[in-house]
Every structure is written in C-alpha cells, then in structure tokens.
Design a protein around this ligand. Sequence first.
Ligand code: NAP
Length: 328
Amino acid sequence: MKAVVWTKYGPPEGLEFRDVEKPAPKDKQVLVRIHASTVTAGDAGTRSLDFPAWLSVPMRLYMGILNPRNKILGQELAGEIVEVGKDVTRFKVGDAIFAAAGITFGGYAEYVCLAEDAVMAQKPTNMTYEEAAAVPTAGLEALHFLSRANVQPGEKVLVVGAGGSIGTFGMQLAKYYGAEVTGIDSTGKLDMVRSIGAEHVIDFTQEDFTQRDETYDIIFDVIGKSPYEGSLKKLNPHGRYLLANPTFSQMFRGRWTSSRSDKKVILGPAEQTTEALVQLRGLIEAGEIRTIIDKRFPLEQTAEAHRYVETGQKKGNVIISVIPAEGG
Ligand SMILES: NC(=O)c1ccc[n+]([C@@H]2O[C@H](COP(=O)([O-])OP(=O)(O)OC[C@H]3O[C@@H](n4cnc5c(N)ncnc54)[C@H](OP(=O)(O)O)[C@@H]3O)[C@@H](O)[C@H]2O)c1
C-alpha cells in the first residue's frame, strides 16, 4: 500500500511517500481503508519532536531514541472497514467510521488496523470523510474541557486560539451550550471565527485581552498563550479557566488556585473515549457542529501539508485526502 513514512525527527522532508506492506487485522482488529486524515499543529510538533524536555524525553523513549520507530504519523482518520478479525463484534465490513488513532498513529496511509475498542464510531451521516476525519482529536479535546466547565446558558466564554482545530470546535460547542462567545485569534482568521458564531472577536496581534474591561465566566485557552495571573483577573466569581496545554508551572499553580479561591482551573490532557465521540456525532447530525476545512492535500503531498501547517496560516483544519472526495 502507499503510505507516508516518518523517517526522522525534524523538518517535513523526513516524511517520505513510499510503498509499504499492507497490514492485516488481528482477531480483535478491523482493517480500515482510509479516505482522509489530518495534519494538526500537534502532528507537526510530534514530527519534529518540538516539545519541552520533560515531554520530548519520554516521547523519544516511546517512539524511538534516535529515529521514530512508529513509522506512519496521522492521529485521526475517517474511512471504511474492509476486513474484520474473527473476534470483532462492534463493527462489520462496509461500516463508515471516524476514529482517533492516538499515539499509535497510522493515518497517513491507504490502510490501518485499529483495535475494535479504539476510539472509533460510525461516521456522522451528514459529513464527508474529509469533514469527519478532523473531528476526533480536536472535537474530543474541546468537548472534554467545555463539559468539565459545565457551561450554563448566558455565560460569557472566551476562547483563546479560536481559529484553530480545537478552537473552531470549542467555539461551536460553547454556542451550543448557550454561551455568549468571544474568540481570540490573529487578524486573518477573525472573519471565519465570526462565521461559526462568535459574538465578539479580539485580534491578539493588536490587543491584549487582559487589558480590556470585559470579564468572562470561562476562559478556554487551547494553545497555552494566555498570561496566567492576567487571565484569572478577567474571570468572574466562580469562573473557570480551562488550560488545554498547560505549562509545567501552570499545572502547579492551577491546583493551588483551585484549592485556594472560588475560581477553578481545569487542566489537560483530555480524555478520549468512544462515548464522547458518539456524543459529538449526535451534535454533528443535529446540525450543531461542523468542520472548518482550510486546505486539502493528497497523501503524496503530506510533507507539503505539514509545511503549510507550520506557517501558522491554517484556519480550522488541514486534510490529507487519501481518497479524494468525488468532485472535490
Ligand atoms: N488538535 C488536537 O487535536 C490537539 C490535541 C492535543 C493537543 N493539541 C495541542 O493543542 C494546541 C492547540 O491545538 P490546535 O490544533 O487547536 O492548534 P491550531 O490549529 O494551530 O490553533 C491554534 C490557534 O491559536 C492561535 N494563537 C496563537 N497564539 C495565540 C495567542 N497569543 N492568542 C490567541 N490565539 C493564538 C493560532 O494563530 P496563529 O497560527 O495565527 O498564531 C492558531 O489559530 C497545540 O499546542 C497542539 O499541539 C492539539
């Protein structure tokens, strides 16, 4: 089969389009013919191992000290089940699914084997494979934090990093919960952020939200760029500060703040479950959430897609079209 092999940590040139052996499912696995996968900021960071030492050292131990042992990246995907192991009961040949492969990866290929108890569910009927492929990781991340925050109708929610993968799902979920939503991102993304329901937008390249008069019930920082003390000051009493990507020091300070004040700091990482993915499917099929797609790249141009994501221009999601959608 064709796949994009991750040959070394570093720049996108280490992603090579090649022929590799097609996998065969074990007894409790399904074989998925992949239609689409994605390139997230996290995938680009993983490829280059661009993480602080406390994270990159254990990742090297897991993925390979000098070069990556797990050779195919791509942590979320949508496709069709074409074969099932003899003990599989939840899925059958012909099922259209979307899934988070997590750190076993495998999305940049024509086929992947997934355990039947992986974070995987039937694809939303009203989404294309490309749209569905972008939901699992960022959608689950957004759902995890906003459901833990228990957003109430009329509450004011600020999303920091509103125009990216997690942010676009987070904005729509906050609207679904009935919140008044403000999105922060860079200039070129603000029209799109408005288009998915933001009542207010802030351009972080022009303005520091902590210097404005407005206060919020919930601040959801998906990217880890909000100043800790300044953000707490912008929270109303009983406010919640959601940190999807906390720094080491924010993890300690968050626990301290939650135990010593009426404000609660909710920290990552998010839990990914099939039940939550099914919940997202319900919201998608009810028309509450959609996927924002910026660009699509064919599988053979995955390295180019990584380069694009690294420019920081990505609005919403970048798709790897393994089987290009008809007419698209
Ligand atoms: N996507 C996932 O499923 C997932 C899962 C786990 C963890 N993560 C991690 O979570 C973080 C966010 O992920 P993502 O996929 O949503 O990233 P993304 O798609 O790159 O979105 C992040 C957005 O934040 C904006 N931004 C940068 N600095 C900002 C600031 N100071 N204030 C407000 N917005 C700012 C970026 O704009 P510019 O590019 O214009 O600067 C970008 O639009 C990443 O660190 C990623 O590694 C992601």
